[in-house]
Write a protein that binds this ligand. Structure first.
Ligand code: AMP
Length: 306
């Protein structure tokens, strides 16, 4: 099945306690599509400026990612500058320069309009909606967002959410969006707004999925080396959606498997800066981490306490 993503393609500058990088490849659509490309065909809708390094486009092409919907326009590429302290779960945004995104009008190439799985990555919710307007009849639509848009474009975000099946969101942002400190209650509130499924990403503590009927929760993969958490959320979504599109199924069992793939892919990403942890993975490595996850959470039932 085809998977379409709209999001940012960026040049990121990031500082963590373990190092610092300037103007490296980043962006929500970049992380998402790179990860999803291990599972299915991915079509990207985004914009870059005329300063975007050619080698980054070559890399995305080398992953067989479709770039027909990636516009290259005059101006500067989107830039994000962020910093993490020893609590790597919390990114501190130092600077967001929308640049070419400020005037971006997404037009889907004809070949994208029949996309079956759609991911609206973290981007202006008005752009998310305008992309959705152009997809003919998607099987499943998922979306992410962040505090920047919750604070700045709340109504537009609520309008996008009405059209979404699955919301994937950070813990702090779920609280902020629903204006409710308890996570389960926050999810239940969002479930009345449109999405049928809410998945909350909890950084190193894992993820939790809430639907009207069920709750599923997993821990984070127990890594001993974390260099840079940037993009972990997009990698999570890329593994999840890539797998769902691969099996063309978004039933609860498939979602649970997808959450494990998403977590496995995010764990590879955070071991290195930028996309370095994702460039040369093998399917054996990915499946090995999936199995390690299974062993991590496995426990026996107890027939009786006699
Ligand atoms: P994550 O760590 O998964 O939340 O995503 C980090 C990525 O999101 C970075 O590579 C940034 O380039 C990108 N990003 C940060 N802020 C924004 C924003 N306001 N709109 C779109 N993308 C953003």
């Amino acid at each position: 099945m085809s998977l379409l993503v709209v999001g940012s393609v960026a040049l990121d500058s990031v500082r963590t306690p373990f190092g610092e990088v300037e103007e490296v490849l980043g962006g929500s659509a970049t992380y998402f599509s790179t990860v999803a490309s291990y599972f299915c065909q991915v079509q990207v809708v985004a914009v870059v400026g005329d300063d975007f390094p050619h080698e980054h486009l070559e890399f995305l092409r080398s992953r067989d990612i479709h770039l027909e919907g990636l516009s290259a326009v005059r101006g500067k590429t989107f830039r994000w500058r962020g910093e993490y302290g020893y609590d790597l779960n919390e990114a501190h945004t130092l600077e967001t320069r929308l640049n070419v995104f400020e005037t971006f009008e997404p037009v889907l190439p004809e070949s994208y309009r029949k996309a079956t799985y759609v991911f609206l990555a973290n981007i202006d919710p008005e752009l998310q909606s305008r992309v959705l307007d152009q997809v003919i009849s998607p099987t499943m639509v998922a979306c992410d967002t962040m505090n920047f848009w919750i604070a700045g474009k709340y109504d537009a975000l609520r309008a996008t959410l009405k059209r979404v099946d699955l919301l994937v969101i950070n813990e702090a942002e779920a609280r902020e969006l629903a204006r409710e400190p308890n996570i389960i209650r926050a999810c239940r509130i969002v479930l009345t707004w449109g999405p049928k499924i809410v998945i909350v990403k909890r950084g190193e503590y894992g993820a939790i999925m809430v639907t009207v009927e069920s709750i599923f929760s997993i821990p984070g993969y127990p890594l001993e080396t974390i260099a840079d958490p940037t993009g972990a959320g997009d990698c999570f979504a890329g593994g999840l959606m890539g797998y769902l599109a691969n099996v063309n199924d978004w039933s609860e069992p498939a979602l649970r498997q997808g959450i494990i793939f998403g977590s496995a892919m995010a764990s590879f990403n955070v071991e290195r800066f930028s996309l370095e942890g994702l460039r040369k993975l093998t399917y054996e490595q990915i499946l090995e981490r999936y199995e390690a996850f299974r062993r991590l959470v496995h426990f026996e039932s107890v027939p009786s306490l006699g």
